[in-house]
Design a protein around this ligand. Sequence first.
Ligand code: PMP
Length: 427
Amino acid sequence: MLYQRSSALFKEAQEVIPGGVNSPVRAFKGVGGTPIFAKSAKGAYVYDEDGNRFIDYINSWGPMLLGHAFPPVVDAVIDKAKAGTSFGMPTALETEIAELAVSMVPNIDKIRFVNSGTEACMSAIRLARGFTGRDKIIKFSGCYHGHSDSFLIAAGSGASTFGTPNSPGVTQGTAKDTLLADYNNLEHVGQIIEANKNEIAAIIIEPVAGNMGCIPPGGGFLEGLRDLCDANNMLLIFDEVMTGFRLAKGGAQELFAINADIVCFGKVIGGGLPVGAFAARNEIMNHLAPLGPVYQAGTLSGNPLAMAAGLAMLKSIDADKELFNRLEEKTKYLHKGIETILNDSEIAFTINRIGSMISVHFHEGEVLDFKTAANGNNETFKRFFHSMLNQGIYIAPSAFETWFITDALSYEDIDETIKAVSEFAKS
Ligand code: PMP
């Protein structure tokens, strides 16, 4: 495949945009080479500026559950735009999407819309702190909750009491309130709680991790966190920015039958427009301004175009009783296909999958936390990535990302993908 025009555009972009991109992973830094510049997308495919077609397994990093340029979403946005693009006043549309979201997701009474997953998670921990009157939070190494200061904390080797900033600009003052635990390690969480008695407001977690590749929670892990939160008057925050409306209509809460205290949304809930949201029971949500003292606001929050896209998306999901079964079956088919081929090769690998989230980790043995995810062979991943790309399959340009399966994907597309894996394995 040729990427001449993408190369030229990338060069030009780097003059005026840091690294040529508005979000770092897009730059292909982890895998090398030139990022492809998207021109358009439809259904399961994205087309680049050079006229190449790719089967898309990123899907805008998750939102396109029903495929690119999904007609009900596109029509809703065009229609709304004609009536004005922002008012800074309440609209009936906001109540309509809120009512639908509250009806689809278990255990929430009220929802507040924001503009990104970052904002949702940032606001959720402020609310948890305001509600409990405590400062500290527990997050898990390898989980990503957006780029607000409290979450940009890397695992120190001890990964226990005090976090250290992994980005310059995050102060030690902020970092010390983020306590790092190992994913799928309840004992570790218990130790951290013991060492910080009555100081922890909340545990925030991706109920299925997608930001260290896909890592599902082990049996009893989420239940254990729920128990620990109850026993220690801490809130459990599910960051469902990836899993919400993707793993089930009611997200991970529904799939695992576990109630979180605050739930964060992004990606699918906006149908591809900039939307995030956080939600909880009345007793918690009523602490939020203007009802309560915890402040949170946004000029463009509840933007009519974004709400129209989100509403069209949620309505389509709500109406389609077979959607999650179809997604599961397609992803399982892809899983089996890749597994069969790699099993016949010399390549060490582990495939993690749950619902329509799947990752190939180039690591032998279980991948259940950041340490095991980071043990994957990055050289193999890089070769895999470029081999797939050159065969017209677009997966995330980083081993630390899940793949997102879209309902628009056909079995022929999946067969083409499996064939590409087979070419990679041969090479
Ligand atoms: N939480 C999770 C689980 C995410 O995957 C992401 C983004 N990938 C975020 C939060 C941040 O969302 P956004 O990029 O919309 O700010």
